[in-house]
Design a protein around this ligand. Structure first.
Ligand SMILES: Cc1cc2nc3c(=O)[nH]c(=O)nc-3n(C[C@H](O)[C@H](O)[C@H](O)COP(=O)(O)OP(=O)(O)OC[C@H]3O[C@@H](n4cnc5c(N)ncnc54)[C@H](O)[C@@H]3O)c2cc1C
Length: 354
């Protein structure tokens, strides 16, 4: 953490439940401490026969599902420092403009797994960013937005500290009255990236292959699960927990609750992301969907986020047979949106009657 979750308090002495004033408070008072001296030795918590990692036989086999993970990441402090260096050089100056672009390699830092596993400290990142902007003043706007995102991580811990059941229980208990659906089939289609919505499927496949997903796409897939499919956010939280290389008890729960509308300072439930226009807007080049849904790669950009809108000739030319080579949408967008809004209206009726 940058600051311990019990230290930053509002004027009335309570904890912050809204992000923007929390960020302002942290920005005003936080200064990164000097780096700790290098450790000369490290005591293992249990007796180990060998420090040769291969001998521990942790590597999955039958099947080995870890290929995509090993090519995407270099675990450890050196990998973290390289990632930070590359981001300072190529990404931070554009972060305020590019951070929502999943089609760009350096739009965001991809430091989250390194942070989650303690391979780099947030204070180290903060210091490096300060140092960077002292020499590159033009990058200051991007840098401040980036630091505010780092503070979201602390904010999630503030919430978890005060609500230890954040991964299970609705922060806003009104959501206990939500008439969620149950559907194993829909959940499986979502987990496997087979919903028929290319931006959702691309994200879920990126997650399965690399253990990571771009933040904008996380918001889109989470909205799709909790709104279009009307499935409880806890299902998504659990799947992310199992599959993310940056799975983090605080950020994961807080972000799922944020998207589902049940969290502190959450996006309102009635804000339903449109998975078609979100794709068009943020995957500007189409490279993201084309990479993760290669069966759609020959489709013209106009139809890339809604293949069912393409005429039969266009589909045939692109080699697509909907329902065979790529699924038809598992729920129609307007109907899914309306079902979600109706469910929310039911929640409100139940709450008012209680
Ligand atoms: C449904 C959902 C689940 C998520 N689950 C996790 C999770 O398990 N672990 C996790 O680290 N992040 C989670 N996030 C937050 C965010 O998506 C990732 O931190 C971010 O995508 C990591 O990529 P990056 O390192 O390139 O981020 P950058 O944009 O480069 O941000 C720098 C760092 O700031 C922190 N950060 C950025 N955005 C957030 C955020 N919204 N909330 C908390 N911290 C943030 C991360 O530590 C990140 O590494 C989740 C978001 C959503 C919508």
């Amino acid at each position: 953490m940058l600051t311990e979750p019990w230290t930053v308090r509002t004027g009335t002495g309570s904890y912050y439940k809204v992000f923007t004033p929390y960020w302002k408070a942290v920005r005003a008072l936080y200064a990164p401490p000097p780096p700790q001296p290098r450790l000369e030795s490290l005591q293992a918590s249990q007796k180990l026969n060998t420090d040769n990692l291969d001998a521990w036989q942790l590597h999955p086999h039958k099947p080995d599902w870890s290929d995509g993970l090993s090519s995407a990441w270099r675990p450890g402090e050196a990998g973290a420092k390289d990632r930070l260096g590359a981001f300072l050089q190529k990404g931070i100056g554009f972060y305020d403009r590019h951070r929502n672009r999943p089609d760009l390699d350096h739009g965001t830092s991809r430091l989250s797994p390194h942070l989650a596993w303690g391979e780099i400290a947030p204070s180290t990142i903060w210091r490096a960013v300060q140092h960077h902007i002292s020499a590159h003043e033009a990058d200051v706007d991007g840098a401040m937005v980036f630091l505010s995102e780092l503070v979201w991580r602390d904010f999630a811990y503030v919430l978890l500290f005060h609500k230890p059941n954040l991964a299970i229980e609705n922060y806003n208990q009104d959501f206990d009255l939500m008439p969620w659906r149950a559907s194993e089939t829909d959940l499986l289609a979502w987990q496997q990236g087979q919903t028929g919505y290319p931006i959702v499927d691309a994200g879920m496949r990126e997650l399965w292959t690399t253990g990571w997903m771009h933040n904008r796409v996380r918001m889109i897939v989470a909205s799709f699960l909790t709104k279009h499919l009307l499935l409880p956010w806890q299902h998504g939280e659990t799947w992310f927990w199992d599959t993310l290389v940056d799975a983090d008890a605080a950020s994961n729960s807080a972000s799922w609750q944020w998207t589902a509308g049940s969290g502190a300072d959450a996006a309102p439930y009635f804000r339903v992301f449109n998975p078609i226009s979100q794709g068009e807007k943020f995957d500007e080049t189409g490279d993201y969907v084309r990479k993760w849904c290669p069966e759609l790669s020959r489709l013209p950009g106009k139809y890339l986020y809604a293949p069912w809108k393409a005429d039969p000739v266009t589909l045939a030319k692109a080699g697509i047979r909907l329902g065979h080579t790529y699924p038809a949408p598992i729920i129609e967008h307007t109907a899914g949106r309306q079902r979600a809004l109706d469910a929310y209206a039911t929640l409100k009726r139940r709450r008012d009657a209680a």
